[in-house]
Design a protein around this ligand. Structure first.
Ligand code: SF4
Length: 694
C-alpha cells in the first residue's frame, strides 16, 4: 500500500490510451500527478478502468521527455537546442523555401490520433489554409481508414452505430478481428458481464482469444479462419441467411434499397459461397458457419464488434461492407442491442477522422470537391482552398523517394515504427529536406528529423477526445506544460510564423469554430460539456441531446446500401520458403509501440514481444518453449522468443508489436487495402527457424 496523501487539486479528464475513453479524476500535488481515480460519472466507464489508464501515467514526467526545441540542418549533425521562436522561424522559412523551390504540393502534414480534436482541427487547417494543399493524413490510415470508407458507403457515415450501454440489450454478440479483453478492457468487461447473463457469443478470429473460453463465458462458435479470409467467411454466413430464408424482408423493404438487396442476395446465394465450399479454403467447418449464421440471424438482438483484424487487410474496406450487409439483412441496426461497432484503437482516432484529417475530406466527412462546404470554410478562413484531394501517407513517401515531396510536419506519430515497410518509410524520410517531428520523445522517426518540437501530454492541456461510441469527452489541464506550450499552441505559433493571423486564446474557441463549421458538432461547446459531462455526435438542432444510437429511423445516406463483396485472396501467399502465416495483436498491459507504457515505473509491465506458435509447428522445427527464433518474411527478419501454444492453429503464428526491438514492421509487407491504402498488417507469409538470439 502506498501512502498517497491528500491531493492539493484535481480535475476530471479522459484517459489518453484506448478508444474506450474512460473518465478519471487526476489528483495532483503541486505539479505532480499522484493518482488517477476512475470517475464513477464517466459515461464510458462508470467508475471502472484498466491497468493502463489507472497506473501507466509515469511517462508524463519521464526523463526521456524532450522539453526544448531542437534543430539540425542535416540529419547526420548533432541536435542543437534552440528557443521556441527560433524553431518556429526556422520551420516557417524552410517550408516556404521548399514550396518556392519545389511547388505548393511539396510539403504536407500528419495529424495525431493521440492529440485532441482541437489540435487535430488546427493541423488540418494549417495545411489547407497555410500550405495551400490537402496533403494531410492521419495515423487512422494504418488502422481504421477502411471503417471510414466501408461504413460511409453502406450507411452514409463513418462511425460506430451504438453506445457502449447498448451491449446490455444484446442477445447475440459477434466479435470479429478484435480482442476486447486486451485491446479495450473496460468495454471487454462490460461485454463479459452481458455474456455471463446469457447472451450468446460468436468469435471469428484465427487465434483463440480469451473470450472464446474464460470463466463463466464460452463462445457458442469460434470460427478460426485462415488469416486473410474474413470476406469469404462473412459471405458464407450471408449465404446461409439468404438461402435459408432468414433475411428480415420487412426491414430491408423499409430501410434499404430493394433492388440493390436483390442483386446482392443473388450474389451471396451462389453455391460457390456455400459453407461447404468456403470450408475448403478458410479452414472453418461448414457446420459451424451454418450454426453461427443461424444464431446471428435468429437469436434476437445481434450486435457486431470488430477491430483491426477486420481493417488491416488488403480487403479491409470490403470486410467492413460485408459486416454492414449482415447487419442490414437481419435488421440488426437502429435500436439498442444491435448495430455495427468498430472498436477504435487510439484515444482519439474517431475524433481525428471527424476533424478532417484525410486528404479528401474537410471536417465532418465532407468531400473536398464539395463547393458549398469549401465556400463556407474559405469565407471563414479568408483563403482559397484547393479542391483536389491531397496525398495519403504512403503517397507522400513515394513522392519523397521520387524527389517531388520535400517537407513534412508530423504531430504525435511515429511513422517509422508504426507504418508498414520500414525500409520504404526511412527512404522517404531520408529524401526530405525538412522533417518536423512534434512529439514527447525522440521517437524512431526523429532519427530522420531536422526539427524536433517538444509535445505536451493530455495532462498539460484542455481539449476534447471522441471515443469509439462517438462520445465527446473533456480533457482538462491539471499541470503546466513542461515544455512551455500545449500542442495546439505550437501549431498556432507555426501558423503565425507562416503568416496566418490566428489568435486563439483557449481551445474552447477552436471547438466553437468546429461547431460553427461542422453540422454534426453544431450543438457542442465547452459550456454544453460542462453541464452534461459528455455527448455523442451528432449533437445539433435535430439531436440536441446527442445520439447514443445512429440510424434509428433511416440511414444517414437515406436507404442502406447492400454492396457485393467478392472475396479476393491476398497477394501475400505462403510457399516453401515462407510456409506460415503471421498475424499480430496487442496485450492488456502494453499500448501500441509502447512509447508511453514502456516509460512508466508504476507497475511491472510485460517485458517482451513473444511469437506464439502451435506445438506441431514448433516440434517440426526443433524449437522448444522459450527458445530464441528468427522470424523472416520476404521483407526482412527479426529475432524474438517463442511461446508454444495451441491458441494458434498449425500454420499460423502470432506476435505483438509493443517493443521497438521486435521491429514487427520490418517483417510486414507493403500490400494494402484496395480502397484506403490501410496496410495489410494481419497477413504475412513467414518462416520461423531456431536462433541464438539477437
Ligand atoms: Fe484507458 Fe482504454 Fe483502459 Fe479505459 S480501457 S482505462 S480508456 S486504456
Amino acid at each position: 500500500v502506498i501512502a498517497i496523501g491528500q491531493p492539493e487539486h484535481s480535475a476530471v479528464t479522459t484517459c489518453a490510451y484506448c478508444g474506450v475513453g474512460c473518465s478519471f479524476k487526476a489528483e495532483m500535488r503541486g505539479e505532480e500527478l499522484v493518482r488517477m481515480v476512475p470517475w464513477k460519472d464517466g459515461k464510458a466507464n462508470r467508475g471502472h478502468s484498466c491497468v493502463k489508464g489507472r497506473f501507466a501515467y509515469g511517462y508524463a514526467s519521464h526523463k526521456d521527455r524532450i522539453l526544448n526545441p531542437m534543430i539540425r540542418e542535416n540529419i547526420s549533425d548533432p541536435w542543437r537546442e534552440v528557443s521556441w521562436d527560433e524553431a518556429f522561424a526556422y520551420v516557417a522559412s524552410e517550408f516556404k523555401r521548399l514550396q518556392y523551390q519545389y511547388g505548393r504540393d511539396s510539403i504536407g502534414g500528419i495529424t495525431s490520433s493521440r492529440c485532441t480534436n482541437e489540435e487535430t482541427f488546427l493541423v488540418q487547417k494549417l495545411i489547407r489554409a497555410g500550405f495551400g494543399n490537402n496533403n494531410v493524413d492521419t495515423c487512422a490510415r494504418v488502422c481504421h481508414s477502411p471503417t471510414g470508407y466501408g461504413l460511409g458507403q453502406a450507411f452514409g457515415t463513418s462511425a460506430g452505430t451504438q453506445d457502449f450501454d447498448s451491449v446490455e440489450h444484446s442477445d447475440v454478440v459477434l466479435v470479429i478481428g478484435a480482442n476486447p479483453t486486451d485491446g479495450h478492457p473496460v468495454f471487454g468487461s462490460r461485454l463479459k458481464k452481458r455474456l455471463r447473463k446469457g447472451a450468446k457469443l460468436i468469435v471469428i478470429d484465427p487465434r483463440r482469444i480469451d473470450l472464446v473460453k474464460t470463466p463463466h463465458v464460452e463462445a457458442s462458435f469460434h470460427l478460426p479462419l485462415k488469416p486473410g479470409a474474413n470476406v469469404a467467411v462473412l459471405t458464407a454466413i450471408a449465404h446461409v441467411i439468404v438461402t435459408e430464408g432468414l433475411a428480415n424482408e420487412a426491414f430491408i423493404r423499409e430501410r434499404c434499397d430493394w433492388s440493390e438487396f436483390e442483386d446482392w442476395a443473388s450474389f451471396v446465394a451462389d453455391p460457390q459461397h456455400s459453407p461447404e465450399d468456403t470450408e475448403k479454403f478458410t479452414g472453418v467447418p461448414a457446420a459451424d458457419l451454418r450454426g453461427a449464421a443461424r444464431l446471428y440471424a435468429t437469436g434476437g438482438n445481434g450486435a457486431i464488434y470488430y477491430g483491426l483484424g477486420v481493417t488491416e487487410h488488403s480487403q479491409g474496406s470490403t470486410t467492413v461492407m460485408a459486416i454492414a450487409n449482415l447487419a442490414m439483412v437481419t435488421g440488426n441496426i437502429g435500436r439498442p442491442g444491435v448495430g455495427v461497432n468498430p472498436l477504435r484503437g487510439q484515444n482519439n482516432v474517431q475524433g481525428s477522422c471527424d476533424m478532417g484529417s484525410f486528404p479528401h475530406e474537410l471536417p465532418g466527412y465532407r468531400h473536398i470537391s464539395d463547393d458549398a462546404t469549401r465556400d463556407m470554410f474559405e469565407k471563414l478562413w479568408g483563403v482559397t482552398l484547393n479542391n483536389e484531394p491531397g496525398l495519403r501517407i504512403p503517397n507522400m513517401l513515394d513522392a519523397a523517394v521520387e524527389g517531388t515531396f520535400k517537407g513534412l510536419y508530423i504531430q504525435g506519430e511515429d511513422i517509422l515504427q508504426s507504418d508498414p515497410d520500414t525500409k520504404h518509410v526511412s527512404a522517404g524520410l531520408a529524401a526530405m529536406e525538412c522533417v518536423v517531428v512534434h512529439d514527447l520523445f525522440l521517437n524512431e522517426t526523429a532519427n530522420y528529423a531536422h526539427v524536433f518540437l517538444p509535445g505536451s501530454t493530455f495532462l498539460e492541456k484542455d481539449g476534447t477526445f471522441t471515443n469509439a461510441e462517438r462520445r465527446i469527452n473533456r480533457v482538462r489541464k491539471v499541470m503546466t506544460p513542461k515544455n512551455g506550450y500545449a500542442d495546439w499552441e505550437v501549431t498556432q505559433k507555426m501558423a503565425q510564423a507562416m503568416g496566418l493571423a490566428w489568435n486563439y486564446t483557449h481551445p474552447s474557441q477552436i471547438m466553437d469554430e468546429i461547431a460553427a463549421t461542422t453540422p454534426s458538432f453544431s450543438g457542442v461547446s465547452y459550456d454544453y460539456l460542462e453541464q452534461n459531462g459528455s455527448v455523442q455526435w451528432p449533437c445539433n438542432e435535430a439531436h440536441p441531446n446527442g445520439s447514443p444510437i445512429m440510424h434509428t429511423d433511416g440511414f444517414v445516406r437515406g436507404k442502406g446500401k447492400f454492396i457485393r463483396t467478392e472475396y479476393v485472396a491476398t497477394d501475400e501467399r505462403t510457399g516453401p520458403r515462407f510456409p506460415l502465416l503471421l498475424t499480430t495483436g496487442r496485450i492488456l498491459s502494453q499500448y501500441n509501440v509502447g512509447a508511453q507504457t514502456r516509460r512508466t515505473e508504476n507497475t511491472v509491465w510485460h517485458a517482451e514481444d513473444l511469437l506464439e506458435m502451435h506445438p506441431h509447428d514448433a516440434e517440426q522445427r526443433g524449437i522448444k518453449q522459450g527458445d530464441w527464433i528468427k522470424l523472416a518474411s520476404r521483407s526482412g527478419d527479426t529475432t524474438l522468443r517463442v511461446l508454444i501454444t495451441d491458441r494458434v492453429a498449425p500454420g499460423v503464428v502470432y506476435t505483438t508489436f509493443h517493443h521497438p526491438d521486435t521491429q514487427a514492421n520490418v517483417i510486414t509487407t507493403d500490400f494494402s487495402d484496395w480502397a484506403t491504402n490501410c496496410p495489410e498488417y494481419k497477413v504475412t507469409a513467414v518462416q520461423v527457424s531456431p536462433s541464438n538470439g539477437p
